[in-house]
Design a protein around this ligand. Structure first.
Ligand code: AGP
Length: 622
């Protein structure tokens, strides 16, 4: 996934674009580039390999590039290695010459993947085009140039013909040197938004890039295009017919998307969890009643007659599903399956009309989750999205959407969005269980009160973060780590292990504790770090036995359990306690020390936890 920014107005474009790109660097960061078009149709393109800072230095923070209309890009390589030549923007001429006075130049940036780029490359080569990079984007820009020349230098015709010709996913932003002060954009399966303020127009692949300037944004839908001039945007369908679009007001402010005094976004977002959870719960619980069904307009009869719930997601959102599977089955007594979206979409799943498919996604743009949602919709069953980013593709395409109110999440490793997703799933379990008469009213009020107590208990855990910090520094040179637990604790272990490996680069695995002895225990040797998660009282003794098995083989044990289980100290070498809570909801508390552990190990190893290597915040390619 990459980041796109554009600007046309009366101010110098380059510094505005670089500032916007800095808010999107979490989307990709192996190279970056900028192109500015001045009123005479002269284009200047500057690119740099590595972090955005290299481009900022190279352009004197943008001051070295003059012009009021421009586009920019941070790249996360898919086709072609990270290099200056492969960085975007790409141009229609035969070299990536960084400064161009060519007539009729087409200059563009692209997010996504053009699947049939090799076939198009061959066609373009037959028409005399030459290529300077290894990217699919250069081919797309040259294809637009081909149609631009064929269709009387009409930008919209050129873009729409290219859209029909290519297969894949894309958000594109293109300038034509014949049309100074104008930017053209188009999308299929990759987000792009347009914000307007007075006589300026801003383009971005995500809201934080332009929030500083405007809260009023237009979301481009699939197979749509827009022509953007100073302070104006006209929207078109694929037939180049003008269409109307509604403006969306973004409720976040720019400050919410900034670091606010924290060293890293990850720590800021860990500390924002009480608020993210409270805001999400407050949107679902009014006067001690869960209003989720009313909010989503889901009929009680439908809930009573549900056959099965399938939760589909990727990464941490899938871990929410794993915990959700136990919690919904325990509380609501409905059968639940959990599927990795990347598997679900290709395995002809058996979906019945009275099934409910829940897609969970922070970004709402994950390619596999979006494809799974579309597959589910084709089967005619009801679909519900649990999404954080308002107006994202998954949110717009699902039958119902439940928004988590975590606010903008910038760090690549999710924390607060994960926590907001978890409490949404718990609320759904309690709401559905009550409607299905799986428990009585007293139990219902008990569950609601326990849910409402979660934010305060997360706060308590965060007050003691220094203890985890001490442990993290001590164990930052570990070679391997194993997270073990049973039932809900296995779900928590999955998330703890992913957080740990993605931010610390230490090999880590999560194992259902009882499964260890079927092979993986052979990896335990002197000082191997094993973290046992024990929040479920009926499984406590079983997991303790598995921890003892590891200790006998030399493991160093960390135990994570509820206050009161003090006898764990007979077994574990280091123990972290979490406040008591209804055990079905324990994941919301147990995950906090594990997030802190991952963060502190990352920092102590000198890694930037906000931007782990090889990862991007939202994976818009499959
Ligand atoms: C978790 O820290 C990762 N960033 C990743 O696993 C993420 O949860 C996954 O890619 C799904 O993203 P989504 O929630 O935006 O769909």
């Amino acid at each position: 996934m990459c980041g796109i920014v554009g600007y046309t107005g009366n101010l110098q474009a380059a510094s505005i674009i670089l500032d916007g790109l800095s808010k999107l660097e979490y989307r990709g960061y192996d190279s970056a580039g900028i192109a500015v078009l001045n009123e005479k149709g002269h284009t200047e393109v500057v690119k740099a390999k590595g972090r955005l800072q290299n481009l900022i230095d190279k352009t004197d923070s943008g001051k070295a590039i003059k012009g009021t209309c421009g586009i920019g890009h941070t790249r996360w390589a898919t086709h072609g290695e990270p290099s200056q030549i492969n960085a975007h923007p790409h141009v229609s001429s035969n070299s990536s010459d960084i400064s161009s006075d060519n007539n009729s130049e087409v200059i563009g940036v692209h997010n996504g993947i053009i699947e049939n780029y090799l076939e198009i490359k061959e066609k373009l080569a037959n028409s005399g085009y030459q290529f300077y990079s290894q990217t699919d984007t250069e081919i797309l820009i040259k294809l637009i140039d081909y149609y631009y020349n064929k269709y009387d230098h009409n930008p919209l015709s050129a873009i729409s013909h290219s859209m029909i010709r290519v297969k894949g996913s894309y958000a594109i932003e293109v300038m034509f040197s014949d049309y100074p002060e104008e930017i053209y954009v188009a999308r299929k399966d990759s987000p792009i938004i347009i914000g307007l303020k007075d006589d300026a127009s801003f383009i971005a692949s995500d809201v934080p890039a332009i929030l500083k300037y405007t809260n009023s944004v237009y979301y481009l839908d699939n197979m749509e295009m827009a022509r953007i001039t100073k302070g104006h945007a006209q929207f078109y369908n694929i037939d180049c017919k003008e269409i109307e679009k509604e403006v969306t007001q973004i409720q976040w402010d720019a400050q919410t998307a900034e670091k606010g005094g924290y060293q890293h976004f990850m720590m800021k977002e860990i500390c924002e969890q009480p608020k993210a959870v409270r805001d999400t719960l407050n949107s679902l619980i009014k006067d001690n009643q869960i209003i989720l069904n009313e909010k989503l307009n889901i009929d009680s009869e439908y809930i009573k007659n549900l056959n099965k719930i399938t939760i589909v997601a990727c990464g941490s959102a899938w871990h929410v599903g794993m915990i959700g599977q136990y919690v919904i089955e325990n509380i609501a007594k409905v059968e639940v399956r959990v599927e990795l979206a990347s598997e679900f979409r290709y395995r002809n799943p058996l979906i019945k009309k009275d099934d409910l498919i829940i897609v969970i996604s922070q970004s709402g743009e994950t390619a596999d989750s979006l494809a799974a949602l579309r597959l589910a919709k084709q089967s005619g069953c009801h679909t519900l999205a649990i999404v954080n980013v308002v107006g994202s593709s998954i949110a717009r395409e699902a039958d119902n959407v439940l928004y988590t109110l975590a606010g903008p999440e910038i760090a690549v490793a999710t924390t607060k969005a994960y926590s907001a997703q978890l409490v949404s799933i718990y609320s759904l379990a309690v709401c559905f269980g009550y409607i299905r008469e799986a428990f009585d009213e007293d139990k219902y009020h008990y569950y609601v009160n326990e849910l409402l107590s979660i934010p305060e208990k997360i706060d308590k855990i965060l007050e003691n973060k220094e203890r985890i910090q001490w442990f993290a520094f001590k164990y930052s040179n570990a070679r391997d780590a194993f997270f073990i637990g049973r039932g809900i604790d296995y779900g928590i272990s999955l998330e703890g292990s992913l957080k740990f490996k993605e931010t610390s680069y230490i090999h880590s695995e999560a194992y259902a504790a009882g499964e260890l002895k079927h092979g993986t225990i052979s990896l335990i040797e002197d000082n191997t770090l094993v973290i046992g998660v024990l929040t479920q009282s009926h499984l406590y003794k079983k997991t303790i036995s598995n921890m003892v098995e590891c200790k006998t083989r030399g493991a160093y044990l960390m135990g994570l359990t509820n206050y009161g289980n003090y006898q764990i100290e007979d077994t574990s070498d280091f123990t972290v306690y979490i406040p008591k809570l209804e055990e079905n909801f324990a994941g919301s508390l147990a995950v906090i020390p594990l997030q802190l552990l991952a963060y502190y190990v990352s920092v102590s190893k000198g890694i930037d936890p906000d931007k782990p290597r090889n990862l991007a915040k939202s994976v818009t390619v499959e």
